[in-house]
Design a protein around this ligand. Structure first.
Ligand SMILES: NC(=O)c1ccc[n+]([C@@H]2O[C@H](COP(=O)([O-])OP(=O)(O)OC[C@H]3O[C@@H](n4cnc5c(N)ncnc54)[C@H](OP(=O)(O)O)[C@@H]3O)[C@@H](O)[C@H]2O)c1
Length: 311
């Protein structure tokens, strides 16, 4: 099968499309014929060495997949022919940019029927991060005031929709050119963080969803008892202590595979409350270009690789 690996840290040029053996199936696993693979900033940070989550290369790249079950091991949750999506093995290597991935069946869920594989591959890592932060950890409820940083990004654009689906009042931070997009996601207020100091514009916030390392300033707008959700790769222990001392809660999130959350996410999709935006779709052979796009930090929504069965 074709798969993307890296043998060294470096720029997009270290990504290589190579031929590997198809993974072997174990009990409880399904072999997924991948149709599309999502690209995330963490893939870029692992590739470059900025965030050496997997240690020293070589290893396979990528986590987000959507595809069709081609083989099912004993005891697996899905049957041959079912369409599934997920983020298997994170934070261990999954080699998700590949024609086949063997995954524990509990690390994927049935793909929402209303989404294409490209759209479904845009969801797992980003939507699970938003869900695990906003729902699992912060328990966002009807009427909560939720502030979302980086609201037009891969995680942020899903976080806005998930918070709205929970009945929250959502205040979104984004640059001016992206305000129409973010309002279209359902945000109640949109603030241009480049020209307006949000700490002067908002107060009495129940939950801040922080993906920009703005912890101290985010803390200043939280109500007593409010929650600072941080999805940064290196949650700051000092900040956590400061938040606690101020009578607020700190929730550092490191996303995990989670079929139950994926099912809840799929339900929101089917209910018309959640839809990923795919900014750009590229074939597997153009994986280096896909990384350049994501590394720009300016993506609106997600970048997805297609894995063409006909090559
Ligand atoms: N803890 C975890 O498990 C976990 C999981 C997923 C992601 N993450 C991390 O969360 C971060 C966001 O991920 P993502 O996929 O949403 O990223 P992304 O899609 O690359 O975010 C792109 C958006 O970020 C905004 N942006 C760029 N520079 C900014 C800045 N200096 N301040 C505020 N906004 C800025 C841009 O919008 P504007 O034009 O509005 O600036 C752009 O639309 C990454 O660092 C990622 O590694 C962590």
């Amino acid at each position: 099968m074709r798969a993307v690996i890296q043998k060294a840290f470096g720029g997009p040029e270290v990504l290589e499309v190579v031929e590997l053996d198809k993974p072997e199936l174990r009990s409880g696993e399904v072999l997924v014929r991948v149709r599309a693979s999502g690209v995330n900033p963490v893939d870029v940070a692992v590739r470059s060495g900025a965030f050496p989550l997997l240690g020293e290369p070589p290893y396979g790249v990528g986590w987000d997949i959507s595809g069709v079950v081609e083989e099912a091991g004993p005891g697996a949750r899905y049957e041959i022919g079912e369409e599934v999506f997920g983020m298997p093995f994170f934070p261990r290597a999954a080699t998700g940019y590949a024609e086949y991935v063997a995954t524990p069946s509990r690390q994927v869920a049935r793909k929402p029927a209303s989404l294409t594989h490209v759209e479904a591959a845009a969801l797992p890592l980003a939507a699970l991060t938003a869900w695990q932060g906003l729902v699992d950890r912060a328990g966002v409820r009807e009427g909560d005031r939720v502030l979302i940083h980086r609201a037009a990004g891969g995680v942020g654009h899903l976080a806005v929709q998930i918070a709205k689906a929970r009945g929250a009042y959502v205040i979104a931070l984004a640059s001016a050119a992206k305000h129409d997009f973010v309002r279209g996601l359902g945000a109640d207020e949109v603030i241009d963080y480049r020209t307006t100091d949000f700490t002067e514009a908002v107060r009495d916030i129940d939950v801040v969803f922080d993906s920009v390392a703005d912890g101290e300033r985010s803390l200043s707008v939280l109500k007593p008892g409010g929650v600072l959700v941080s999805i940064l790769e290196h949650p700051n222990q000092e900040l956590a202590a400061t938040v606690k001392a101020a009578g607020r809660r700190f929730a550092g999130v490191s996303v995990e595979p989670d079929y139950a959350a994926l099912e809840a996410i799929a339900e929101l999709v089917e209910a018309g409350k959640l839809r990923p935006t795919v900014a750009e779709t590229l074939p597997l052979a153009e994986v280096s270009k896909a990384h350049e796009v994501v590394a720009s930090g300016q993506t609106v929504g997600k970048v997805v690789l297609t894995v063409d069965p006909a090559r």
